[in-house]
Every structure is written in C-alpha cells, then in structure tokens.
Design a protein around this ligand. Structure first.
Ligand code: OGA
Ligand code: MN
Length: 301
C-alpha cells in the first residue's frame, strides 16, 4: 500500500493519516490502534513516514506493557536496561521513566530512582549511545503526566548537521566521542555507584561525531549524559566542542517540544535526533511513562 508523502510532511495511506509536528520533525499518526497487530502494508507505510520524520506520535492509546512490547518488536529486537531498579519488576524490557514505582506509589523527589531521570534526561542525549551497538529507537508511552512542564524536546541532528558552517564540518570530520555509561556517575555524582558487574557489562564505546546513515544522510551523534571525551583532544577542548555543537543543535528551527497527554505513544529514531525533558515539579505532580528501547546496528568507525 503506497504512502503519499507530501513536502509538508503530511501523508495519506489507506489505514492512517498523518500530520506534521514541526517543519522537519515528527508526524502524528491518526487512525491507528497500536495495541492490535498491524498489517504488513500498514507497518511498511509507518516505516516510510518514520524514516522521513524521525518521530511518530500516536495519541489516545491504551497499552499494557505486553502490548507496548509487542508493538515495539515490529521494529527490531529490544534492549534491556542495565539498572534493574529502574525497569519494571514484571517485564524487564520496560523501563519505568517515572516518579512512580511499580506498585503505584509516588517516589519522594529525592529518591535516586527518580533523580536518575531528573539529572540525566534533562540534558541533550540519545538513548543507548553508551553501547557498542547503540539503540536504534525508543518508544515512550504516557500513563500519567504533570499539569505543567515535563515536555520532551527533540532536536533534528540531520538538519542541524546539514546547516553547520563548512569550517565546523571540517573540524569534526573523522572525530570520535567516547560514550561511557560510567559517565552517568560523573554527571550525576549523587547517584549510588554502579556495580563492578554493571561496569564490566558496559565498557566505553567510541562513536563518530558525524554519523553516516544507510541512505547517505549525515547527522551529529553526540550526548551530554554519557559522553565527555573527544578522541585526540584535551578533555576541556572536547567539552567545549560538545557545548558548541549542542548550542547549534538546540536552535529553535531544529527543535520540536512535545507536550504530553495521557495515552500518547511517542517513538523516535535515536540515530538522527537528540532529546531531553524540560523541568517539572516532582514534589507536586506524578509523571509516569514507560519505555522500550529497540536495538540498532553497529556504527562503522
Ligand atoms: C527517555 C527520556 C525523556 C522524558 O525515556 O529516554 O529521555 O521526557 N525521557 O522523560
Ligand atoms: Mn532518553
């Protein structure tokens, strides 16, 4: 079934319609219940829209953990998060992105299981870049959302790379960053340390700053929650380069900020986007999202 992709990002197909969320990023998919198995033609059409728009939004969904997992598996195999106090006690593929525990209790704002997100997801990052084979996509479903704040902002790193000054492109060509899960404890020093087993399971990964995708597009591949070091540069110089690139990427023309509603399912491509959460008051509100992470492929160095 052919999907008609229009220049403005809208598209039509027999089984759903779409609406752009931002000039270059995101499409709302209207008319699909993703709790049910999807026809191969529908799935193929969804993948086409996703490839062009990086982020898909499905509103008004009612999903059990098992249904979210089943939907996610249409796009690849799932990764399991290394910190099991953050994953669901019932389904290890589900990461609880929340100040709510599995029994529905609200966590104290100082609870390290919540502070982890508060510190590490509030800076620009891409999920799973600390893996040697980094994550392809994430799939985040909203069960409870705060009345204010707690938006998730996305930056289009393909558009940002394309728009970089030629001199900057030349400066970063062939450069690599070290993405290390151990750095989560550098950026969030208050968190309990990782165990030797966790550290051994996730040795530092080195990825090119400029990622070339299968279709030839290039994007910036950087992170502020696990990456500090640029190969061949003193640490401070690498940190300055990272700050400079992030300041470029976060310009409004490259950014879409999603204001959550209960029942939203947002699926994003981690290879060509960065994301972060905006501040919200965890002393006043509950925020409960559930995430799956889809495995990617190794990045050629
Ligand atoms: C994530 C993440 C942001 C948010 O789940 O990977 O970065 O808005 N979440 O909770
Ligand atoms: Mn994230």
């Amino acid at each position: 079934m052919a999907t008609v992709q229009r220049a403005d990002g809208a598209s039509t197909s027999a089984s759903f319609t779409t609406r752009p969320l931002h000039p270059s990023l995101g499409a709302e998919v209207i008319g699909l219940d993703v709790s049910q198995p999807l026809a191969p033609s529908t799935l193929a059409a969804l993948k086409d829209v996703w490839r062009a728009r990086h982020i898909l939004l499905f509103r008004g969904q009612t999903l059990s953990d098992a249904q979210q997992i089943a939907f996610s598996k249409n796009f690849g195999t799932l990764d399991v998060h290394i910190e099991d106090d953050k994953t669901s006690t019932r389904q290890r593929e589900i990461l609880r992105v929340a100040n709510v525990d599995d029994e529905g209790n609200t966590m104290d704002p100082s609870d390290p299981r919540y502070r982890y997100y508060s510190i590490l997801t509030s800076v620009w990052h891409t999920d799973g870049s600390y893996r040697v084979v980094p994550s392809f996509a994430s799939n985040l479903y909203a069960l409870e959302v705060p009345a204010e704040g707690g938006n998730t902002c996305f930056a289009d790193c393909v558009a940002a790379y394309t728009a970089l000054p030629a001199a900057t492109k030349a400066r970063i060509a062939g450069k690599h960053m070290v993405h290390s899960y151990a750095n989560t404890r550098y950026f969030a020093r208050e968190l309990p340390p990782l165990s030797p087993d966790q550290l051994a399971a996730l040795p530092p990964a080195t990825h090119p700053i400029v990622r070339t995708h299968a279709d030839g597009r290039k994007s910036l591949y950087i992170s502020a929650n696990v990456a500090r070091n640029v190969g061949g540069m003193p640490v401070e110089e690498g940190e300055a380069l990272l700050r400079e690139l992030l300041a470029f990427v976060e310009q409004p023309q490259f950014v879409y900020c999603h204001q959550w509603k209960v029942g939203d399912l947002l699926m994003w491509d981690n290879r060509g986007t960065l994301h972060r959460v905006t501040p919200w008051d965890a002393g006043k509100y509950r925020r409960h999202l559930r995430r799956t992470e889809i495995k990617g492929t190794e990045i050629p160095v």
